[in-house]
Design a protein around this ligand. Sequence first.
Ligand code: ADP
Ligand code: MG
Length: 393
Amino acid sequence: MNKKSIRDIQWPGKRAVVRVDFNVPIEHGVIGDDTRIRSAVPTIQYLVDHGASVVLMSHLGRPKNTVVESLRLKPIATHLAELLKQPVTAIPDVAGPNALSAAKALSAGQILMLENTRFDAREEANDPSLAKEYAALGDVYVNDAFGAAHRAHASTAGIAAYLPAVAGLLMERELEALAGTLANPERPFITIIGGAKISDKIGVIENLLSKVDALLIGGGMANTFLLAQGYAMGDSLVETASLDLAKRMIDLAAARGTKLLLPTDAVVADAFSPTANTMVVAVTDVKPGWRILDIGPATRAVYAAQVAAAKTVIWNGPMGVFEMPAFAEGTRAVAQALADSSAKSIVGGGDSVAAIEQMGLAERVSHISTGGGASLELLEGRVLPGVDALNNR
Ligand code: ADP
Ligand code: MG
C-alpha cells in the first residue's frame, strides 16, 4: 500500500484522533451486529499499546445534522470498553472547547469518544471550521473507517489537511484486499456479481471487465442481460432502462476477450413469496406469470467449477432472493465454492456478507469487507476521498 499507516508513526506521548466506523445497528441502546466495532479494536489496541492516547470519532445512522437522542454514541463506548477491557469515556460533544479540554486531559493509553459526528451540520458539508476543531484534538489523524471512506466529510477527509494523516489497520487490510488484489491478482482471476439491480453495479462490471479473466453474473441483474440476449423473462425483475447498458457490456466483454457467463437455468416461482410454487427451467423457457428468483442447478455447477479453477475470486451480490430459503441455493453454492477453494477469496457487499455469515462460511474466505458502498466504489476503480486524503509513503 502506498499510504502511510499507524505503523509508520512514533506514538509515545502523541494523541491520535481516530475516525472509526461504528455505524452499527442499534435499537433502544442495544447493539445488534457489532462486527464493525470489533473490526476497529486492533487499531485502537495498537495505539494504546504503543503509548498513544486516543480520541475516537464516528457517525451513527442518519441524524440529519441535529442531535437525535437514540443515536448517541454512549452505548457504543460502553460496548467498546467491554471489548477492550478498559474505560472509554464518552462525551456529548462532537468537537469544540469541551472536547478540547477532555482530549488534553488524556494520559497515555486513555481513550475518549466524541459524540456522533453527524449531529453537527458541518460534518457532511466537510466544513473546514469543523475539520480544524477535530484536528486541534490531537497530533496525528488516523482513518480506520473504511466503510465511510467513500464520503468526503470533515472527519473522513477534511481533517487530513491539518494533521499528519495515516491509515488504521482495518483500512490498510481492506485496501490491500480490494485495491491491492485488483492491481495485482493471481490468475485465473474471476468475479461473481449478483444482487437485484444491474444499474447499481454497472460501474463495477465495466471496470472489472478489463481486469478479470471471467465475470460470472447472477441474481436479478442477470435477467436484464438475458433479456438483452432476446430471451423472454416473464414476470422477472428487469430494468428495461438498462437494456442498452447490458448490451454494451456484452459487446465490451467480447471485444476484450473476457468470458462473461450468464445463467443457463433458473429457479422460477409463480409469486414473489417463500411459499410460491417453483420449478427449474432453462433461461430460454421462462413463461409469463413466472419470475426468476435464483440461479438453477446447472448454473450453480458451472459457477462452482469456475471458482474451483480460479486463483483469485471476488464476489459481490447474492445469486438469488436468498432471504427466502427456497431461493437461497444459488447463493449457498457460490458461498460453499468460495469456502472450499484455496483461492484468495474476497466478499464485499452488505447482503452478500450477510448471506455468507448466515451460512456459517465467513471464516473460510480470505477477506470479508466491512464496507458496502466503499468496497463497491473501489471495485468501480474510483479513488475514495478518505483514502486519497491520507499521506503517501
Ligand atoms: P449486496 O448488498 O451484496 O451488494 P445487493 O444489495 O446488490 O447485494 O442485492 C441484494 C438483493 O438482491 C437481495 O435482497 C436479493 O433478494 C436480491 N435479489 C437477488 N436475486 C434476485 C432476483 N432474481 N430477483 C429479485 N431480487 C433478487
Ligand atoms: Mg445490498
